[in-house]
Design a protein around this ligand. Structure first.
Ligand code: NDP
Length: 344
C-alpha cells in the first residue's frame, strides 16, 4: 500500500525544515503546496522538490490524488483552512495551536467528525520517545501519586522565526500560544489531565521590543491538586529544557526533552536511589506523528495528539493568556464553555 499523499497548506519554515523531510523518510508524499503568494509558493516548491504549487485552496483541495493536508500557516488561518479541507474530504494534520479561539477549534473538530476524516494536532512532544517512556513510568506507578510537574521550556527564538511571533497578536503571536500550548499538550499526554485553573505573569523582556509577550511563567492546578509550573520564553539562550514529575514515591527528572529533536535524558529517583531510564526509542518526533496519522487514516490506530487534545491544550493556553492579561486566576472550564473565566 502506498503512503499518504499530502497537500501542504502554508509555505512555512516548519513544513520545509521538519515535515517534508519526515514525510519522505516515512514513505509519504508531499505532492502540492499552497501559498498566498505565487512567487513564494513556486520558490518553495522548487527548493523543497514539491511537484505542484497552488494559490487557490479550492483548486488544491479539488485534487483527487491528495489524501490529507498539513496546515502550517499562521494561526489565525488554521480554522478556515481545516474546515475547508474536511468538507473536501481530506484528512487534517493541523499545526498548533489548533485555532485562535475555542469556538473555532470546536468547529474544526465538528467539521472533521461530520466528514469522517482524521484530525490531528501537531504538538510534537507527546511523540518523543522520552515523553512516551515518562507516561509509562507514571502509569506503572513509578512515582506514586503525581503531586507536581515542573516544565522548563525557555529558549532563544531563532532570528528566522521572529516576525509574526513577536509582533502580531492577531496572527497568534506570543510565547503563550507558541510554547505554553506545547507544555499543556505534553502534560495532558503524560498524566492524562489538564489544568482546571491557571495563573500567569508574562512580559516582553527581549531587546526586540516585541508587542506580544515573549516570556511567561504559569502556575496551574489540575485534578487531585496536582500542581504544574511552567517557564516559557523566547529570550533565554543558555538554559537547558526539561521536565520533572514529582510524586509521593519518586521523581522523574527529564533533561533536554522539550525540543524538536529525539534527544534528552531521563532519571528516576526514589527510595532505592537514582538510575538512568532509557527512552522508548530515539525516533524522529515528526516521523512518529506521521506514521501514527497514517495508521489512523487506515483505521488501525489513533493520532498522537487528536483534535480533542489540541482543543484542551488551546484552552489552557488561552486561560494563561487571560490570566496574564488580567492578573486573575482563570478557570479553564469557563474558557472552554465561553463563560466569564474569572471572578475579577
Ligand atoms: P512561517 O513564518 O515560516 O510561515 C507561516 C506563514 O508565513 C507561511 O504560511 C507563509 O505564508 C508566510 N511566510 C513564510 N515566509 C514568508 C516570507 N519570507 N515573507 C512573507 N511571508 C512568509 O511559520 P512557522 O513555520 O514558524 O510556523 C507555522 C505554523 O507552525 C504555526 O502555526 C506555528 O505555531 C507552527 N509551528 C509548530 C512547530 C512544531 O514543532 N509543532 C514548530 C514551529 C511552528 P504562505 O503560506 O501564504 O506563503
Amino acid at each position: 500500500m502506498t503512503g499518504l499523499r499530502w497537500g501542504l497548506i502554508g509555505a512555512s519554515d516548519i513544513a520545509s525544515t521538519r515535515i517534508i523531510p519526515a514525510l519522505r523518510r516515512v514513505g509519504q508524499e508531499p505532492l502540492a503546496v499552497l501559498s498566498s503568494s505565487a512567487e513564494r509558493g513556486t520558490r518553495f516548491a522548487v527548493e523543497n522538490d514539491v511537484r505542484l504549487s497552488y494559490t487557490s485552496l479550492d483548486a488544491m483541495l479539488g485534487r483527487d490524488d491528495i489524501d490529507a493536508v498539513y496546515i502550517s500557516t499562521t494561526n489565525e488561518l488554521h480554522a478556515q483552512q481545516a474546515i475547508a479541507a474536511a468538507v473536501a474530504g481530506k484528512h487534517v494534520l493541523c499545526e498548533k495551536p489548533l485555532a485562535m479561539s475555542i469556538a473555532n477549534a470546536q468547529e474544526i473538530i465538528a467539521a472533521c467528525g461530520q466528514a469522517g476524516v482524521v484530525l490531528a494536532t501537531n504538538h510534537h512532544l507527546p511523540a518523543a520517545g522520552t515523553h512516551r517512556r515518562i507516561r509509562e513510568l507514571v502509569a506503572e506507578g513509578a512515582v506514586g501519586r503525581p503531586l507536581a510537574v515542573r516544565v522548563f521550556h525557555a529558549v532563544k527564538l531563532p532570528a528566522r522565526l521572529a516576525g509574526w511571533r513577536l509582533d502580531n497578536p492577531e496572527r497568534g503571536g506570543g510565547v503563550i500560544l507558541d510554547i505554553t500550548s506545547h507544555d499543556a499538550a505534553a502534560v495532558h499526554a503524560l498524566l492524562g489531565v489538564r489544568a482546571l485553573e491557571v495563573s500567569a505573569i508574562s512580559c516582553s523582556q527581549g531587546s526586540w521590543g516585541a508587542s506580544a509577550e515573549d516570556a511567561v511563567m504559569t502556575v496551574m492546578r489540575c485534578p487531585e491538586d496536582l500542581l504544574v509550573q511552567t517557564h516559557d520564553a523566547f529570550t533565554v539562550g543558555y538554559a537547558d529544557t526539561g521536565l520533572e514529575v514529582h510524586g509521593t514515591d519518586g521523581s522523574i527528572i527529564a533533561r533536554g526533552v522539550m525540543t524538536q529533536d529525539p534527544v534528552g535524558t531521563l532519571h528516576l529517583r526514589d527510595a532505592k536511589g537514582e538510575r538512568e531510564i532509557a527512552p522508548r526509542d530515539r525516533d524522529d518526533l515528526y516521523e512518529v506523528t506521521l506514521r501514527a496519522f497514517q495508521e489512523a487514516v487506515r483505521g488501525q490506530g489513533v493520532p498522537i495528539v487528536d483534535g480533542h487534545a489540541g482543543l484542551q491544550a488551546l484552552a489552557v493556553a488561552l486561560a494563561a493568556k487571560e490570566a496574564a492579561q488580567t492578573s486573575h486566576t482563570v478557570s479553564v472550564d469557563a474558557v472552554l464553555a465561553g463563560q466569564q473565566p474569572h471572578n475579577g
